[in-house]
Ligand binder design. Structure first.
Ligand SMILES: *[C@@H]1O[C@H](CO)[C@@H](O)[C@H](O)[C@H]1NC(C)=O
Length: 374
């Protein structure tokens, strides 16, 4: 009860603070902007967002009230807040979007501290992360250990990974054969990726390294966004280039397999700020996980974040980005153009699978070089 009171107070303070902040923003906006027509007064985006946060906080507070008359749906688990969640809110921030999914959050934090985390241990985190609940609160439980532990450094990232080193309780499939081999789990098949040139949409690694060498641009460190089981990192390892791979689980053990291959998986969703510092990378690649399904505004932030982490002279490789043909001309082309990068390669080709033909989609493969000085 004391915890609940404390939390309510904390949220109340946060709410009041947000309100004051909004008022402050509103007043500064009113001072700094020239008066526009009274019929259409502009509402700044940040104010709208803050108002949403305030509303969410109020909703959350109302849900937490012990008074049963305030519950719209008394059967939800939202009323019982796990004690570790309450404690954590006082230690460290939790992403504001977590508040929109209290049921999932409570489910995730519903465990007995200092014991084994309840199964499926890591799968519970991802639905929250994908809904923008990032950072997730930490938990104080032990993650379970798979049957077989790695015994040596894999010298070849294309040799088979030990199946029983994966905690299958997180997934519907219970072995590698059950997974669709096109998703990157058939390592024999992966071995030939990024090496050959079949159409203009391909950029074999030999060509990439040649281009970099010619412009005296060294490739040491790279990031592969949405890189699945890490095959690009695996191929670049042969070139002595270190590649970090952001990858989610999405009901298959992408992170685990990348790690078993001796590659670094970063469990980061597409909407998250890239977890590396400014200007430290020589190359960023996006595979077709980055495509027209991402809202344009989110794409724009992603592109500028790529620019942030790339050093001057570094490369941005857009690999098989797909969109409708008209959108590539009208939206995505100009969006990428805003970066002001040199177009080393720009290839567009029709997407010939059934959904591509139906929707008039095209692929874009582009290699872009960041200006050396800005
Ligand atoms: C990678 O490094 C190893 C060990 O230093 C070296 O023998 C090999 O030639 C290098 N490979 C490339 C492609 O630079």
């Amino acid at each position: 009860m004391g915890f609940t009171m404390g939390l309510n107070l904390l949220l109340l303070v946060a709410m009041v603070a947000t309100n004051i902040l909004s008022l402050y923003h509103l007043s500064t906006t009113m001072i700094s902007t020239k008066p526009t027509t009274p019929l259409n007064p502009p509402v700044p985006d940040h104010l709208l967002r803050q108002l949403q946060t305030i509303r969410a906080t109020i909703n959350h507070l109302t849900r937490l009230q012990p008074n049963p008359s305030l519950h719209n749906n008394p059967s939800t688990a939202a009323a019982i807040i796990p004690s570790d969640l309450l404690l954590y809110t006082q230690l460290s921030p939790i992403a504001s979007a977590c508040r929109h999914h209290p049921d999932l959050l409570h489910q995730y934090m519903n465990y007995t501290p200092f014991t084994l985390c309840p199964p499926p241990s890591s799968a519970a985190a991802e639905p929250l992360i994908l809904r923008g609940c990032h950072p997730l609160p930490r938990r104080r439980c032990f993650s379970p250990t798979p049957n077989k532990l790695p015994t040596s450094l894999p010298t070849n990232p294309f040799s088979p990974v030990p199946e029983n080193s994966i905690l299958w309780s997180n997934y519907k499939c219970k072995n590698l054969d059950c997974l669709n081999p096109d998703l990157g789990f058939d390592l024999k098949k992966e071995k030939s990726k990024f090496l050959s040139y079949k159409t203009d949409l391909d950029l074999p690694i030999s060509q990439l390294t040649e281009i970099a060498k010619k412009s005296k641009s060294v490739l040491r460190l790279a990031l592969d966004i949405g890189g699945g089981t890490g095959t690009f990192a695996a191929q670049m390892k042969q070139e002595n280039v270190t590649v970090l791979t952001t990858t989610m689980s999405l009901s298959a053990p992408y992170n685990e397999v990348a790690a078993l291959r001796g590659l670094v998986p970063l469990h980061a969703p597409l909407q998250q700020r890239l977890p590396v510092f400014d200007g430290v990378l020589d190359l960023v690649r996006c595979g077709h996980a980055v495509n027209r399904w991402i809202p344009v505004a989110a794409m724009e932030f992603l592109l500028y974040d790529v620019d942030r982490v790339l050093r001057g002279g570094g490369y941005f490789w857009v690999d098989h980005f797909f969109s409708k043909e008209v959108d590539l001309d009208k939206i995505y082309g100009p969006l990428i153009g805003k970066l002001g990068y040199k177009k080393v390669k720009w290839a567009v080709g029709k997407k010939m699978d059934s959904s591509g033909v139906k929707n008039g989609e095209v692929y874009l493969t582009a290699l872009l070089q960041k200006p050396v000085s800005r």
